[in-house]
Design a protein around this ligand. Sequence first.
Ligand code: NAG
Length: 510
Amino acid sequence: MEKVEENRKIFLLVLFLFFSSVPRLVAFDYGEALSKSLLYFEAQRSGRLPHRQRVSWRSDSGLTDGLEQRVDLVGGYYDAGDHVKFGLPMAFTATMLAWGAAEYGGAIAAAGEMEHALGAIKWATDYFIKAHTLPNLLWAQVGEGGSDHYCWQRPEDMTTSRQAYRVDAEHPGTEVAAETAAALAAAAVVFRNTNPRYSRLLLHHAQQLFEFGDKYRGRYDESIPAAKSYYPSVSGYGDELLWAAMWLHRATRQAKYLTYAVEKAAELGGAGWAVSEFSWDIKYAGLQILASKLLMEEGRRNLEEKQVEVLEQYRSKAQHYICSCLNMSTADSNVRRTPGGLLFVREWNNMQYVTGAAFLLTVYSDYLTASGEVLHCPRGSLGPREILSFVKVQVDYMLGSNPLGMSYMVGFGRKYPKRVHHRAASTVSYKKDGSFIGCAQGYDKWFGRRKENPNILIGAIVGGPNGKDRFKDMRENYMQTEACTYNTAPMVGVFAKLHHLKAQSSSSSS
Ligand SMILES: *[C@@H]1O[C@H](CO)[C@@H](O)[C@H](O)[C@H]1NC(C)=O
């Protein structure tokens, strides 16, 4: 009897040691993360909220946007914790949401989230259609950072400037016109089967905007100086033009768009620029991966020699990006990592680069699986599974598997940022207390208090930790605690993919 008891103790001890020696053996519910990520976009909605609005602490806002300019600019998304509607990052957000749905629609639908994903995309694309009032005219911003940031108000109380800014033939804005074209074309792919009329409408606007951006070339932040301090275009507009052409080609299969992407590759930097960061500003890696996919799908036989040659140049730059993220490139071009293993590009809102990389790596790993290829890097070769495992490491870090045990997705897990830099979330809900809160009053009463936010911005992904895995959950620490729509947007597809894989593996093992 005693002996059996002793054996049992030893067995339990061995079991305990086994599990405690497996580092951070946690299983995250990616399906839950997927649902929450889509909920976040409802919290960022500007305009008249629909009856089906699930984030119930928000109300209508920005209902006079465009009124002064006699154009209906009601709707769209607030980009982050403030209430400016910045056109370039909003369009990039929509492009990434649509790319995720185009690539992982099956997995999103299987998780029961298709309606919400389409809703999140459409909230942006409906707005872009309204903002594109003439072939060569796009309203590309509402509100202005200076006055907006001067106040800490709920969107429902806004008293700040709602000035609208446009780009047109005399004041060109190639980045924003082309990115909006890319977003509409990517969305046209997504809506093709479920809503073909809408899909055609999206394409019509996408084609006009691309032509406008290409014909009247100029930096958008020079035509809209109000964008410059917040979303300046560092990489110029070459990437947006090529990216829009690739998306239009995918949506229409018209040869002229591929011809554009091939013939202008050198001039616009598409096949020459090897970069290790992908963001609302710099889309080279994204378009290089789209080009790689095209090369694989079309096969060399359906393409002309010159096209194959250029697409291969694009692909080699895509490989450079992937290798750099995996630390398999030459030493100085690898992306740095925090000691805890998170990709680290820069202090301010680093998480945006992680989510963008997670998406591109996931797509590339699928591309390798489909083509049966492996990735050759300067420091060795990798298969699709190794790439996807690395994605999982990044995603798990994001969700709480990190030195602080902190989830950087708000409302996910037990420990997550409670003082997100977000005007609406940090102030009492308008529905609970509708009495007006003035510009400076909000700073005194709500921004400055140390308590947790009264509203949980579920699904938002914040800027995240610094280069040493440290994070200070303070409202004034906007570099780390502010969340942006383009942080979460790429994750919709990634969560769907990981959730789907897990569902498949558990059904095949049972
Ligand atoms: C990245 O590769 C370098 C060698 O080039 C190595 O010294 C370093 O430890 C690697 N970093 C990580 C996080 O694996």
